[in-house]
Design a protein around this ligand. Structure first.
Ligand code: SF4
Length: 235
């Protein structure tokens, strides 16, 4: 797979840039989380009732399982793992399985269900105020647009890209490197991931005509604009 080295940011710049991403990601997520989770009107996500909360978790799980990104083999892996872990209790007395036990299984086999793990941690910690896990234990999802921000800014010193379509990046193949950076600087993965994604969603780090002038990262970013998520860059 082709790769290219580039001049990265200094550690100080990386930290500053990650601070901005984390802050943006947190603030914007707090405004949009109900919309992003697509919580239906018949469920009360702010309820203190345990049954209602369980319904919400089941609903979100259903969303993840029927999501086109949840590949069949991953759904199979999760089902088998849950069944093996909890055996008879699962079928006869599922209410005896604690949230933290269930959460652990999902986290271990996260894969495409990383979003579900992040939603669970967020709801438990920030909304329901139950400390099942820390926000620092959320996971980086790293779709193409998030990976693109890491490559364009210079957070990454090496970039993997497609052989047949230079310079479309191979975001998921760089996820480990990205996770290492987040962990090294002690940032919250979920919020950094959101912050980077919102740069695309809010019209800054677009594929072909990015709006660097108004972007919150403008002063630090290296602007390696040829890196794209899905489209070939044209000058
Ligand atoms: S400054 Fe430009 S290239 Fe850098 S993240 Fe912002 S929009 Fe993307």
């Amino acid at each position: 797979m082709p790769k290219e080295k580039q001049l990265g940011l200094s550690d100080k710049e990386k930290e500053k840039l990650l601070d901005i991403l984390e802050k943006e990601g947190r603030e914007k997520w707090y405004k949009r989380w109900k919309e992003h989770m697509a919580i239906p009107s018949n469920l009360d996500v702010l309820s203190k009732d345990k049954d209602e909360r369980e319904k919400i978790l089941r609903y979100l799980l259903l969303r993840v399982l029927i999501n086109q990104q949840a590949r069949f083999d991953k759904v199979r892996e999760i089902s088998i793992r849950i069944s093996e872990e909890f055996t008879d209790i699962l079928l006869s007395e599922p209410f005896k399985i604690s949230e933290s036990e269930l959460f652990k299984v999902f986290k271990d086999v996260a894969g495409e269900s990383r979003m579900f793990v992040n939603w669970m941690i967020f709801l438990f910690n920030e909304i329901w105020k139950q400390k099942v896990s820390k926000m620092e234990e959320t996971l980086m999802i790293v779709d193409g647009h998030v990976g693109k921000v890491f490559c364009r800014t210079g957070l990454l010193e090496e970039v993997l890209y497609e052989e047949r379509r230079p310079y479309i990046i191979q975001a998921s193949k760089m996820r480990l490197w990205i996770e290492e950076i987040i962990s090294r600087f002690g940032k919250i993965p979920f919020y950094v991931d959101n912050g980077a994604f919102y740069l695309f969603e809010d019209g800054y780090c677009r594929e072909l005509k990015p709006n660097c002038k108004d972007c919150p990262l403008n002063k630090i970013c290296k602007k390696y604009l040829k890196w794209t998520a899905y489209q070939i860059w044209e000058k």
